[in-house]
Design a protein around this ligand. Structure first.
Ligand SMILES: Cc1ncc(C[n+]2csc(CCOP(=O)(O)OP(=O)(O)O)c2C)c(N)n1
Length: 458
């Protein structure tokens, strides 16, 4: 097997292997050759060669959406890594694990007029969960020279020069190993993008037959913040007291969630559960087409729909109408459940419970008192009426955008992965009841119209 001679490249490859990061999307370049050589010669890795960095990053995003584990992106120095940025931002806002491995020049060649060089450290700023700026290996070529009693200048006259040299190199390896571990662990645990900047010195193409270093994979140390029983009880108390209860589900990856729990929660016929095409959750008593329900409402209608308590989970909300409605007719209580973060989308968030929705529902279910509310029955009736009107309207219109969706959606193969484009595509799709076996994705983190096709291919 061909192994890159550069120790830093070896550390990265060994740690990717140790953490099960096997999908590697590679864009062209010489500076990144140590990584390209290492990944492509090891059958553990599934490597993809994509020349254009912007497409490469979205392609990697598509794989990561599906496998829910970091996908590595390899690129050379200079503007290459800037072309990853749109997909990095999407990954950041959609909680998708991506790992940029950007090759860089050694520091002494940055800012002195060397070619294909930019200031790469921390280049993604606030849009990554972590930036690891790795250290250059200490002239490991020199190691052989020291053996030949010649040695690099700095070590020449030192006593025990080989030992000192090796010590220094070892401390660089340990420091790099720690940083790589940290970045990879954060990407895995918090499901988001990280950047690992890797300075490589020439020669870049030299290989050896076996690894010359070892790399320790460190475990992630998580925080032990726990949602208390008191908080869960408080939720249940308000929920049980509220007459008008609404759940709004944002973008939710397929199979991300124990549906049975939510089904049991909603089976009481006392809660309006608004889902979206990209929520990937289905139940006969849910309300999947939000806009169809609320678009015709006037002030009186909005007042009737205004919930006492709103519970939200999942990612971004597509419908502009529901956002406008809940901002204008705010619930008394808004609680959000997410393992990572909360958006105060409606400017009335009272409480954020940092936990997985599945865990939340399993703890809350035994505390919820079953009931059937007029609120639910009224809006169920509205849903049925809207459905009838929708079907009648579709029969009456000539061939047009909306008609295409009506014809196309039922003809999709069962269980297909459907990646919707922004922006009218995802909105039209919202108006139809999707086949429940479909797995629906859309880049709603930043709602970019770029990269949809590459993501779908990934
Ligand atoms: C990268 C990016 N550039 C610009 C926009 C702003 N934008 C939103 S929708 C849209 C028009 C999209 O047109 P098209 O791709 O034809 O899709 P459709 O009209 O079907 O929505 C634009 C320019 C965006 N969301 N993302």
């Amino acid at each position: 097997m061909k192994i890159p001679k550069i120790p830093l490249a070896q550390s990265i490859i060994l740690l990717c292997k140790a953490k099960g990061i096997k999908h590697i999307v590679i864009s062209p370049g010489s500076r990144s050759a140590p990584l390209t050589i290492g990944f492509t010669h090891d059958p553990f890795f599934e490597c993809y060669s994509i020349v254009d960095e912007r497409c490469a990053a979205f392609f990697a995003l598509g794989i990561a959406q599906k496998v829910k584990h970091p996908v590595a992106l390899v690129c050379t120095s200079g503007s290459a890594l800037l072309n990853f940025f749109p997909a990095i931002a999407e990954a950041y806002y959609s909680d998708i694990p991506l790992m940029v491995l950007s090759a860089d020049r050694p520091k002494y060649l940055v800012g002195i007029g060397d070619g294909q060089t930019i200031d790469q450290e921390n280049v993604y700023g606030n849009h990554v969960l972590y930036s690891a700026n790795l250290k250059l290996d200490i002239d490991f070529e020199g190691k052989d020279l020291i053996n030949k009693k010649e040695g690099p200048k700095i070590f020449k006259k030192m006593e025990n020069s080989l030992e000192r040299f090796l010590d220094l190199q070892l401390s660089v390896e340990r420091a790099n190993e720690k940083e790589i571990n940290k970045a990879m662990n954060i990407s895995i645990a918090s499901s988001g993008p990280v950047h690992i900047n890797c300075p490589f010195e020439e020669p870049l193409y030299e290989t050896i037959d076996d690894y010359s270093i070892k790399a320790n994979s460190e475990e992630h140390v998580g925080s032990d913040e726990l949602v208390t029983d008191k908080e869960i009880n408080e939720f249940a108390r308000i929920w049980n007291e509220s007459k008008k209860r609404m759940i709004l589900v944002g973008v939710n990856a397929p199979n991300d969630f124990d549906r049975e729990l939510l089904n049991r929660f909603a089976a009481d016929k006392n809660t309006i559960v608004f889902t979206k095409t990209t929520s990937n959750l289905h139940h006969d008593e849910f309300f999947p087409c939000i806009d169809k329900i609320i678009a015709p409402l006037d002030h009186e209608g909005f007042l009737e729909l205004q919930p006492d308590m709103l519970l939200t989970f999942g990612g971004m909300i597509v419908s502009k109408k529901i956002k406008a409605f809940l901002r204008g007719y705010q619930p008394k209580y808004h609680w959000h459940i997410d393992a990572k973060k909360a958006n105060d989308t409606f400017f009335c968030l009272n409480k954020y419970l940092k936990m997985l929705p599945s865990e939340f529902f399993s703890r809350v279910l035994p505390l919820v008192i079953p009931s059937e509310t007029e609120y639910f029955l009224k809006w169920k009736n509205v849903k049925r009426q809207r459905e009838e009107k929708h079907n009648k309207y579709l029969k009456s219109i000539p061939f047009c955008d909306l008609k295409v969706f009506d014809l196309l959606l039922p003809s999709l193969p069962k269980k297909a992965n459907l990646h919707l484009g922004n922006s009218s595509t995802v909105r039209y799709a919202q108006l139809f009841n999707m086949d429940r076996s479909l797995k629906v994705y859309c880049n709603r983190g930043t709602s970019g119209i770029d990269g949809s096709t590459s993501t779908a291919i990934g």
